[in-house]
Design a protein. Structure first.
Length: 112
């Protein structure tokens, strides 16, 4: 909603600007001359091209961020699998330790 309100405000400002800047200008672009173009049209096209370029750059930034996040998610998933394996190993070692200490206690009771 905030973005929509911002767009409306910008449209009103640009509309007011357009009514104040209707004088024709000439543009030379790559050797070709375009004449009698209203100043507000030149600035409006420039604004739109700038916004499109900014959106395009932002799109690449978003794509790069999502790829980085995906990589982090894979690292987290692998880490969780490693943690699960280590917990199983700890459990097995605790069982082996309990069995061996139990055997040592039984042996000391028999000889003692």
């Amino acid at each position: 909603m905030f973005t929509f309100i911002l767009y409306v405000i910008l449209a009103i400002v640009f509309g007011y600007f357009a009514t104040q800047n209707t004088q024709p200008v000439s543009i030379t672009l790559v050797g070709a001359t375009l004449s009698s173009i209203p100043l507000y049209a030149v600035l409006g096209v420039t604004l739109i091209v700038g916004l499109a370029f900014s959106w395009f750059i932002g799109l690449f930034d978003t794509l790069a961020s999502s790829m980085k996040i995906r990589g982090k998610e894979h690292v987290i998933k692998d880490s969780k699998a490693t943690i699960a394996e280590l917990k199983k190993k700890i459990n097995q070692l605790e069982l082996e330790n309990a069995e061996k200490t139990g055997e040592l206690k039984r042996a000391s009771n028999i000889h003692g």
